[in-house]
Design a protein around this ligand. Structure first.
Ligand code: FEO
Ligand code: CA
Ligand code: CA
Ligand code: CA
Length: 588
């Protein structure tokens, strides 16, 4: 919508204050709005699921049919021609120790196999059907043939340039084309042809390679920080499930599971409307700690998908499909994501920028430099981007595209090593950057396929000017303060919604309070606080009903007892549903 056509103020709610009560255990929204828990860890998803047990004693087999843990990126898809009926697709990024009655147990350096299976069952995604009743309220539909859990066990197809390549073959998959599961699905993307794009973020935390010599030589392991310790960080699956031990086994076919980590870090395309469909890992997007894929679509059908690689000093990428989207030929779009060019961003201090293509044979991406072929460029995208001179950023998280002008907004959440390990530059201007910034990119001629762009800093998060804090903690926010922008989303009118993820401990707690969601006007840069979540949570994942009068947002890993909020019940990651009492558009 052209903002000039909107009735009343662009951002019409009265902002709420920070909440610094260390025992805050609820969700608050502005006067005139209501926020209600909608879908929590353990809720039944597939038919015949059992109810969640508050002592966390549900078995791994029961967990397979229930909502997973750590709700993150999500998207609402309306059924074609039925705006009052749809599917919500929700990532379950990882699992908390609260998944088990007594937390994580490691006995004789081993996990219990059933505990690991429960964690694997709590990863992945949920697809849930929702419908709107006559009073405008959205409800879950249960049972439904569309309700589906995807987990770390679900068979998936590898597709695109890397499928079948030597470097993705394992002793269990001699063809290099079938992977079990998706892991650490953080932010997300979606397509205009009605599919969901799950993104594999911190997959390296699940793998080990004990062979230090091999590890140092294997770029696909060490450039991504796979562990060399006996216990993988999340949380020692390798001790009972051999495919998470990527130490080479000389006598085994394809050295055992040394290539298993190469089968994660991709974009996974899922068709929620076909409950039996096999998810597809699209390897043309390249492999890194894939935060998200925010789509841009030009009038001529040209698309681009923008991604962060959320690690300190990593890069911003975009993938440009070779073919244009054509809504008149639905079948042709089905493999649009298998062919295209992966680019990485260089930000020059003069406000200009360039997209550098990760093309084998060009700009040093050669056999002599260790890149055998285009497949090894895609698998080792970080190392390829190093060579191209991309700009190391302050932990790039979500991207979002303004529907009014296709400007791309990327959150750079924080980086306390800026100014020491990483050089200060205009795009990452603060040493010891605790609060982060949001950067805006404008493609040359507004063309998603452009290789040149202009950029500017949209906002530096942090304290108000003249606060008592150190100078590097001071931001330039016009309006309500926050730290560590993470999730981003645009509604149809072009309001930018900002979701935060910081440690809500002292001293940040004293000024910023619990994690929050804010609403920004991209033109005036005014920012107003819309929601505060319970202590210990991050706010992440955002989507709307087709008329934008209902918003869903995720409360991830709440710390006390939300959503029961009784001070006793174990906390559960929860999708929250928000409505305006008068049924109006959220944010007006
Ligand atoms: Fe899962 Fe980058 O946050
Ligand atoms: Ca998270
Ligand atoms: Ca995140
Ligand atoms: Ca984060």
């Amino acid at each position: 919508t052209d903002p000039a056509l909107i009735d009343g103020p662009f951002i019409g709610f009265n902002p709420i204050p920070v909440v610094t009560d260390p025992l805050f255990d609820d969700v608050i929204v502005p006067p005139g709005y209501i926020a209600t828990p909608f879908f929590s860890w353990g809720d039944p998803v597939e038919s015949d699921a059992v109810d969640w047990l508050p002592d966390a004693s549900n078995s791994w087999q029961e967990q397979l049919k229930q909502a997973g843990d750590n709700h993150d990126g999500m998207h609402f898809f309306a059924f074609p021609g039925e705006p009052d009926r749809g599917l919500l697709v929700i990532n379950h990024e990882y699992s908390n120790p609260t998944l088990h009655p007594e937390g994580i147990k490691i006995i004789n350096n081993r996990r219990h196999p059933d505990d690991v299976k429960k964690e694997q069952a709590a990863h992945g995604l949920s697809v849930i059907e929702v419908c709107q009743s006559a009073d405008g309220i959205w409800h879950r539909v249960y049972p439904s043939a569309y309700n589906r859990r995807i987990t770390a066990f679900t068979p998936m197809q590898l597709s695109g340039p890397v499928a079948g390549h030597e470097s993705v073959k394992t002793m269990a998959d001699m063809d290099g084309k079938t992977v079990l599961g998706t892991l650490n699905n953080c932010a997300n993307g979606f397509t205009p042809w009605g599919t969901y794009l799950a993104c594999e973020e911190n997959w390296h935390n699940y793998f080990v390679n004990h062979d230090e010599t091999d590890y140092q030589q294997r770029v696909s392991h060490h450039r991504y920080g796979i562990s060399t310790s006996p216990l993988a960080k999340n949380y020692g699956w390798n001790t009972v499930d051999p495919r998470f031990d990527a130490t080479p086994v000389p006598e085994a076919a394809h050295l055992g599971y040394v290539n298993e980590p190469n089968r994660f870090g991709w974009v996974v395309e899922i068709d929620p409307f076909e409950p039996d469909s096999v998810p597809i890992k699209r390897t043309a997007f390249g492999r890194f700690s894939r935060e998200c894929v925010a789509p841009a679509l030009a009038e001529n059908g040209q698309m681009a998908f923008y991604s962060g690689d959320d690690t300190r000093g990593e890069y911003i990428y975009k993938f440009v499909p070779s073919q244009r989207y054509d809504e008149t030929v639905p079948q042709r779009n089905r493999n649009l994501l298998d062919d295209g060019v992966l680019y990485v961003a260089r930000f020059d201090d003069n406000g200009q920028g360039e997209w550098l293509a990760l093309h084998h044979g060009n700009n040093g991406l050669t056999v002599a430099n260790g890149f055998e072929d285009q497949q090894s460029v895609l698998i080792n995208a970080r190392a390829a981007a190093d060579r191209l001179g991309a700009t190391p950023m302050d932990r790039p998280e979500w991207a979002a595209v303004n529907p009014n002008n296709r400007d791309v907004y990327v959150s750079l959440t924080n980086n306390h090593l800026r100014g020491s390990e990483f050089e200060i530059n205009a795009a990452n201007p603060r040493a010891d950057n605790h609060h982060g910034q949001i950067i805006t990119l404008r493609e040359h001629n507004n063309d998603p396929a452009a290789t040149a762009f202009e950029w500017e800093l949209f906002v530096l998060a942090g304290e108000k000017e003249n606060s008592a804090s150190a100078p590097n903690l001071t931001g330039n926010i016009q309006g309500d303060i926050f730290s560590s922008p993470d999730g981003l989303g645009f509604d149809a009118d072009g309001r930018l919604w900002i979701l935060t993820d910081y440690d809500d401990d002292e001293p940040v707690m004293a000024s910023m309070g619990c994690n929050q969601m804010l609403c920004a006007d991209p033109v005036t840069r005014e920012i107003k606080r819309f929601l505060v979540g319970p202590r210990g949570c991050e706010i992440t994942g955002i989507t709307w009903s087709p008329d934008y009068t209902t918003l869903w947002v995720n409360v991830q890993h709440p710390g006390i007892s939300y959503p029961a909020s009784d001070g006793q019940t174990r906390p559960r990651s929860t999708t929250v549903i928000i409505r305006k009492n008068d049924g109006g558009v959220i944010g007006t």
